[in-house]
Design a protein around this ligand. Structure first.
Ligand SMILES: Cc1cc2nc3c(=O)[nH]c(=O)nc-3n(C[C@H](O)[C@H](O)[C@H](O)COP(=O)(O)OP(=O)(O)OC[C@H]3O[C@@H](n4cnc5c(N)ncnc54)[C@H](O)[C@@H]3O)c2cc1C
Length: 230
């Protein structure tokens, strides 16, 4: 989508975009003041993600982990806090907080017979080019010694790779923008889903209630648009 103004014959536009792309595609429809506000929107930490093909289930030390579809690897509360604090300070964490999903343990269609799949990510500073692979895998090895021996193949997504895959992941931010008190209330502006153009709405994770796969941003945007149409 290059430009909303070029699309004729639509009553309304609901844009599943973050502010950066909305400024671009809505450039002819949105007011200068509104675009300036969108340009001030801040993006948050990025993800560094790895997809794995494995020859066996991950050999967790804690057997309970074999019963979990998603495992959060952080060690202690203090370690998790230190890891996220490092990212906030613009540094890659020594011992990153890793989120790992192991779908083939519960759904055999996710991998060929006798093999498994998993994916994991950790936070890095927005746009970071630091290669976190070793640190991320050190964390998995720490809780599952022998993990690396199970790896048949891996595919690494840097923040830039994630953004190339989906332009909404600006700088690798998978949450649609920083979620602090200011951007929680003004997300992305005080208008929330509405914009300066009466027929343009924003419905991405850059609106309330924010990032997540729950669909509530789109639900509220659609409700607002429908109520105005009627
Ligand atoms: C690896 C990963 C793990 C995640 N894990 C979780 C989790 O466990 N729990 C959770 O709650 N959330 C998770 N998320 C976050 C969640 O997926 C996002 O918050 C959510 O998908 C954002 O939805 P969205 O509709 O705002 O944008 P998206 O789902 O990113 O959709 C935006 C769409 O717009 C398209 N687009 C962008 N720019 C343009 C343009 N200029 N023109 C045309 N099309 C465009 C994109 O291609 C994309 O299809 C995860 C995300 C990732 C990447």
């Amino acid at each position: 989508m290059d430009n909303l103004a070029a699309l004729q014959n639509y009553d309304i536009f609901l844009c599943d975009l973050t502010p950066r792309q909305l400024v671009q595609v809505g450039r002819e429809k949105l007011s200068a003041g509104y675009k300036r506000k969108l340009e001030k929107f801040r993006y948050g930490a990025a993800a560094f993600k790895v997809d794995y093909a494995l020859n066996a289930p991950i050999p967790w030390k804690a057997q309970e982990c074999l019963r979990a579809a998603t495992v959060h690897l952080g060690g202690s509360f203090e370690e998790i806090a230190a890891s996220e604090k490092a990212v906030r300070n613009g540094e890659p964490a020594e011992r990153p907080f890793v989120l790992l999903a192991q779908p083939s343990l519960f759904d055999p269609s996710r991998a060929p017979a006798r093999s498994h799949t998993a994916w994991a990510y950790c936070h890095v500073p927005n746009g970071s080019t630091f290669d976190m692979l070793e640190r991320l895998e050190n964390q998995i090895e720490r809780f599952a010694p022998g993990f690396r021996d199970c790896v048949l193949a891996r595919r690494v997504f840097s923040p830039a790779d994630l953004e190339n895959m989906d332009a909404n992941l600006v700088g690798g931010d998978i949450g649609g923008g920083v979620m602090d008190i200011h951007q929680f209330i003004f997300r992305p502006t005080a208008r929330h889903y509405a914009t300066s153009a009466r027929d343009v709405y924003i419905c991405s994770a850059s609106t309330p209630p924010g990032g997540g796969v729950h669909g509530m941003c789109g639900y509220h945007a659609a409700k607002m648009a429908l109520s105005r149409l009627s």
